[in-house]
Design a protein around this ligand. Structure first.
Ligand code: FAD
Length: 402
């Protein structure tokens, strides 16, 4: 039997970083917030390498989830040639992703949010000046009512689908295996580039405390099959020989730039709104940044008693004018690089393999704002124009300030 609907000011679907953070911020402002998560355990299953910059801790207070620090990267070309970039100081940290998500959700609960775990949102429709949401919690149908629903339900967002918000242009399939016994300096991430290894993206080894995440994303195709092949390559095996898998992780990276991330009574945030960086696939920092802006708009809308699309548009405007500029550039850069052949990648390695270029990358490289270093590199060596011309044209055509 379906019980009568329980009412909240805001119902957040999905307790990843975007959902947990937004729920806490809106609850702290004194509103009734429900945080609905289909899994019984927040943070599981893990679908992430956990590599973030220390900037994320400006949003969330959970440094206890850090399991490693990274100060550099080594890059392998298609022919197995290696470039080492060493920033010397901590450039990024690795978090235990399940603990990270749980810490954010715990904080939301402390601030007054109400969690529904093992609760899958199955449908939502506008009703009575708000939204009625049908959920299935451990086989029991339930109904929730909200003035505002926020879709933080990840790359295959149903909330976006239910309210006709445009879906990603493409989802890049990814696969990772967590392994014990991986060799190598835990202060470095290792990236593998080339069309045989990971066409359309790249492969990686991310040190992860006592273990390491070995994975890749590809433009299309069977990511697991590509990963199996990658693990047989000599430049990868020198690190993974004898290592044992302990966990397989599948996921997808949304590509695209949605024209609308709101509707009457609805906001979408994080991967649900394609707010991940197309250059690296990283989406935690951007999800938190956009979640903060969405929470601010939600609070203002509730204060003004106006959850119309016209009002909620200010969230879309805020994120596209801030982090959205970088996301657009990243998309253009990704589109340029994903079309290069292996000979062109080798030529790029020739260009980067100079003390001046490496010094520039070490000085200006920033995984949250990858386009910044691109501009400096282009000034240093105009030969790069041949490879990023398409990206530049796309940026200019889309009227994005550089
Ligand atoms: C292989 C891989 C590696 C990655 N590595 C990194 C990395 O190293 N660093 C980085 O910054 N980013 C990384 N990312 C990206 C990062 O994981 C995402 O960008 C980030 O998790 C987005 O957060 P989110 O809160 O928007 O969505 P998610 O973290 O995906 O959370 C969505 C939540 O919604 C829940 N949900 C979905 N549908 C429903 C429903 N109908 N009802 C109830 N709950 C629902 C899900 O269970 C999930 O908990 C990686 C991605 C992949 C695929």
């Amino acid at each position: 039997m379906v019980s009568s609907a329980r009412s909240f000011d805001v119902v957040v679907i999905g307790a990843g970083p975007a959902g947990g953070y937004l729920a806490g911020k809106v609850a702290a402002a004194g509103y009734d917030v429900a945080l609905v998560e289909e899994h019984r355990e927040i943070g599981e299953p893990i679908q992430c390498g956990g590599l973030v910059t220390p900037r994320v801790f400006e949003y969330v207070d959970c440094k206890e989830t850090i399991i490693g620090a990274v100060h550099g990267a080594q890059l392998y070309s298609p022919s197995g040639r290696r470039l080492v970039i060493d920033g010397h100081n901590t450039q990024a940290v690795v978090v235990q992703r399940a603990m990270f998500d749980r810490a954010i959700a715990t904080d939301a609960v402390r601030k007054g949010a109400h969690t529904f775990l093992g609760a899958q949102a199955q449908a939502a429709r506008r009703d009575d000046g708000g939204v009625e949401i049908s959920i299935d919690q451990d086989g029991e149908p339930r109904r929730l009512h909200a003035k505002l629903i926020v879709g933080c339900d990840g790359v295959r967002s149903n909330v976006a689908k239910w309210f006709n918000i445009l879906r990603p242009r493409k989802i890049l399939p990814g696969f990772e295996v967590e392994m014990t016994g991986v060799r190598g300096d835990p202060g470095f991430v290792t990236l593998f580039i080339g069309n045989e290894i990971a066409p359309g993206f790249f492969g990686w080894i991310i040190p992860s405390g006592d273990t390491a995440r070995v994975g890749l994303c590809v433009g299309e195709g069977n990511a697991y099959a590509y990963l199996e092949k990658m693990l047989t390559r000599p430049e990868v095996r020198q690190y993974t020989k004898g290592a044992q898998p302990i966990l397989y992780i599948a996921g997808g990276i949304p590509l695209g730039f949605p024209r609308r991330t709101y509707a009457d009574n609805v906001l979408v945030v994080g991967d649900a709104a394609c707010q991940a960086k197309a250059v690296s696939g990283g989406g935690i920092f951007t999800a938190l940044t956009c979640s903060s802006l969405a929470a601010q708009t939600a609070i203002e809308a509730l204060e003004a008693d106006d959850v119309s699309g016209r009002f909620l548009h200010r969230y879309h405007k805020a994120w596209t004018k801030s982090i959205g500029k970088e996301l657009r550039k990243d998309l253009a850069i990704h589109e340029s690089f994903s079309k290069l052949n292996d000979d062109q990648f080798e030529e790029l390695f020739d260009i980067f393999d100079s003390p001046e270029m490496l010094r520039l990358i070490e000085k200006k490289g920033d995984i949250d704002f990858p386009s910044k270093v691109g501009w400096a590199l282009l000034k240093e060596d105009p030969r790069l124009l041949k490879y990023v011309g398409r990206a530049l044209r796309a940026m200019i055509a889309k009227n994005v300030g550089i």
